[in-house]
Design a protein around this ligand. Structure first.
Ligand code: ZN
Length: 326
């Protein structure tokens, strides 16, 4: 891995990052480094794994400016656009080089294809010394996402307590503390790094590839609060939590039973009860073609909001809630 410095301004330097593996030849990622004069924890922040997630990428830029001004201890490294090959194509979900979704390839594979090698380099080279890995997401095209945070529990009490405390620095609709034994949500950096003894947090929020100031602030404040929690910046005058911060231990994926038109009846952030209709389907002629029912009580974390759906497509993320949740 090599850094080619383009500019430097006080504690902030920026430039392009290139990687040694042949399969990544030609890839240049923009990076920022902020180094404080005093020792302290190191944050590694990525955005743009999904290149339409403009709020996450914008928050990464604003955080760069904030830390350049306010970092007292430690260091912050930022990759504001991980999926550069997809950026100007507006690629949805995948990296166009190999058609793989970077979000589910952790902990990476040094012998794999472009995206697998890239994830391996990012996690085990670029971020190898990071005390906390933060992955900012949300706002992709065709989807509407509640403001939520994810972290993975491992059964290591000390590690889990700190990971949980980091995740709770975000003021979220929901906080997914993935249960130790869950197996249906794997492959995100935030799922896999804790199994290697490392702290990771992932945040999601927004819709349709458009700037949403509230969403940018959600990401910004969550990361700034983590920096404050770790003693990297001075205490900020932040308001108390405004969102519900409902803690859940996993989420289920509601998939399209057939290719059809979807008429959604819920929105991201809604709480639903078991059996509630989430949406109904029509065929291409406009005839009724079925309905989507909630398999359990739950918090809607994500909905696909484009009405044309493909069989098997992941349409809704529904986090199970106890029936007694207010
Ligand atoms: Zn994403």
């Amino acid at each position: 891995m090599q850094k080619q410095i383009i500019g430097k301004n006080g504690p902030l330097s920026w430039g392009t990052l290139t990687f040694d593996p042949l399969v990544l030849a030609g890839l240049q990622l923009p990076y920022f480094d902020i180094e404080a004069p005093l020792p302290g924890a190191k944050l590694a922040i990525i955005a743009g794994m999904h290149p339409n997630e403009v709020d996450a990428m914008e928050a990464a830029l604003q955080l760069k400016d904030h830390f350049a001004q306010h970092l007292l201890r430690g260091s912050v490294s930022i990759l504001p656009v991980l999926n550069m090959p997809g950026l100007f194509d507006h690629a949805e979900f995948v990296c166009p080089v190999d058609g793989k979704n970077l979000n589910f390839l952790s902990p990476g594979d040094p012998q794999g294809s472009f995206s697998q090698v890239l994830m391996h380099q990012v996690l085990h080279e670029w971020a190898k010394d990071a005390d906390v890995f933060i992955d900012l997401h949300g706002v992709d095209l065709r989807e509407d996402v509640a403001k939520f945070v994810m972290c993975q529990m491992t059964g290591n009490i000390e590690l889990d307590q700190r990971t949980r405390a980091l995740a709770h620095q975000f003021d979220a609709d929901g906080i997914v503390e993935f249960a130790v034994e869950q197996t249906n949500n794997r492959g995100r950096a935030t799922n896999e790094l804790p199994w290697l003894g490392r702290h990771a947090v992932m945040a999601e929020g927004g819709a349709n590839g458009v700037f949403d100031p509230e969403c940018i602030t959600f990401h910004f404040n969550g990361v700034a609060n983590i920096a404050q929690y770790l003693g990297l910046i001075e205490k900020r005058a932040t308001a108390s939590k405004q969102r519900r911060n409902i803690v859940v231990s996993n989420f289920a994926k509601v998939e399209a039973p057939l290719s059809a038109r979807l008429y959604l009846e819920v929105a991201a952030g809604d709480q639903v009860i078991a059996g509630q209709r989430l949406g109904h389907l029509k065929d291409l002629y406009g005839n009724p073609a079925g309905e989507l029912l909630a398999p359990h009580h739950g918090l809607v974390l994500m909905v696909v909001n484009h009405p044309i759906i493909n069989q098997g497509e992941w349409l809704i993320s529904l986090a199970p809630l106890p029936a007694s949740t207010p």
